[in-house]
Write a protein of this length. Structure first.
Length: 378
């Protein structure tokens, strides 16, 4: 099923606006609050089939101020995606066929450009739990990328101009946010070495200590991307994301952007996340064993278990730059603006830089020799 958001004022297509955080019509300027839309949708569903008296009572209860006394995340509930899902849809705007990859959940009609959300791929157990909306618009992303290019001291001058941006695409990348617990114990042998002098003798004193640490650590919302198309190392380097803007998922956030479903389940990614959490635990344990000359870990028995994982969509700008008859791809954090990628390097600038370093070293050596009054053959 195709879902498109139409403006109630003029009938034009509405898209998610990064500045206001609402659905916006760029024709007449109307804005609709997404959270209010979701509450109204839930209310309409609950009122369906009620008699008049029950509807009035429900409306009164709905309009009262309400604060949830609980502040705990719900456990994840999801199912895997089957291989033979329907991948052809029709645009509600112009009627054109929309052919998509089976993992696509939001896109644009290639004929009329209307924002399209494939809502049947985002409902029930297939729906994400959370989403971090885009905080950086397409124009802001383009300007930020141009500034980033100009900072490359060793990149070619014609690359630094950043006038060959082929495309900038806003993509919601599927992630799993893991809550993990690490519990166990560590035993180590540590030493403290002291050297002192008495008379003509130099003494070295070594004291040995048996160190024991028992840990019970909780890590919340460790992100791990679940897309085959995205490079894992690049996605890891895009972190961190601020979870202050982690919202409960609503489909209108995707309007105007491309979004994909996960390729890997949380169970498939769990070994990778456990390895990452293990490095966090090692770092923490090391930070508690300080003041010693040496530390030797004798035994470590840490059990890392998965407490829950939430399917989440995180914003990423994909930048395709056409340079020297080749495409260079970069990614930008759609919330913070952090850019990751490997720009081309100018060999001429590297050679100039190395010559400059060599010349400076040569000059420093001459100055040192001169001030020390030594003899040196040049």
């Amino acid at each position: 099923m195709v879902t498109q958001y139409k403006c109630s004022n003029c009938g034009d297509n509405m898209v998610y606006d990064t500045i206001s955080g609402a659905l916006k019509c760029h024709s007449c300027g109307r804005e609709d609050n997404i959270e209010q839309m979701a509450r109204q949708h839930n209310l309409d569903d609950s009122l369906d089939g009620m008699n008049k008296e029950d509807k009035e009572a429900a409306l009164k209860s709905f309009n009262k101020d309400y604060s949830d006394p609980f502040n705990e995340d719900e456990p994840s509930s999801h199912s895997t995606f089957v291989e033979d899902e329907v991948a052809e849809y029709n645009c509600n705007n112009c009627g054109a066929n929309i052919i998509t990859d089976k993992q696509t959940t939001a896109t644009k009609c290639s004929f009329c450009g209307a924002a399209v959300v494939l809502s049947d791929r985002l409902t029930g157990n297939l729906a994400p739990s959370y989403v971090i909306p885009f905080m950086i618009s397409k124009s802001q992303a383009q300007e930020a990328f141009k500034k980033w290019c100009k900072k490359g001291l060793l990149t070619p001058n014609d690359f630094r101009v950043a006038d060959r941006i082929k495309d900038i695409t806003g993509l919601y990348v599927p992630f799993w946010l893991f809550d993990l617990n690490g519990k166990g114990e560590v035993k180590a042998t540590c030493t403290r070495v002291r050297t002192y002098t008495r008379g003509d003798w130099i003494y070295t004193e070594t004291k040995y200590y048996h160190v024991y640490r028992k840990v019970d650590l909780n890590y919340k919302r460790i992100p791990c991307d679940a897309s085959k198309k995205m490079d894992d190392k690049m996605m890891d380097r895009l972190e961190p994301y601020s979870y202050a803007r982690l919202n409960s998922f609503e489909m209108p956030y995707l309007a105007g952007y491309i979004a994909e479903k996960y390729d890997f389940t949380d169970q498939e990614l769990l070994p990778r996340v456990k390895t990452r959490a293990n490095s966090y635990i090692d770092s923490y344990i090391r930070s508690t064993i300080t003041g010693y000359s040496s530390v030797q870990i004798n035994s470590k028995n840490i059990n890392i278990r998965n407490r829950k994982a939430d399917y989440t969509l995180l914003p990423v700008w994909l930048v395709c730059y056409d340079y020297n008859q080749a495409e260079h791809n970069f990614v930008m954090n759609g919330q913070t603006g952090k850019i990751i990628g490997r720009p081309p390097i100018s060999r001429a600038k590297i050679a100039t830089w190395l010559l400059g370093i060599s010349g400076l070293s040569f000059l420093l050596l001459r100055l040192i020799t001169f001030f020390l009054g030594g003899d040196f053959l040049w």
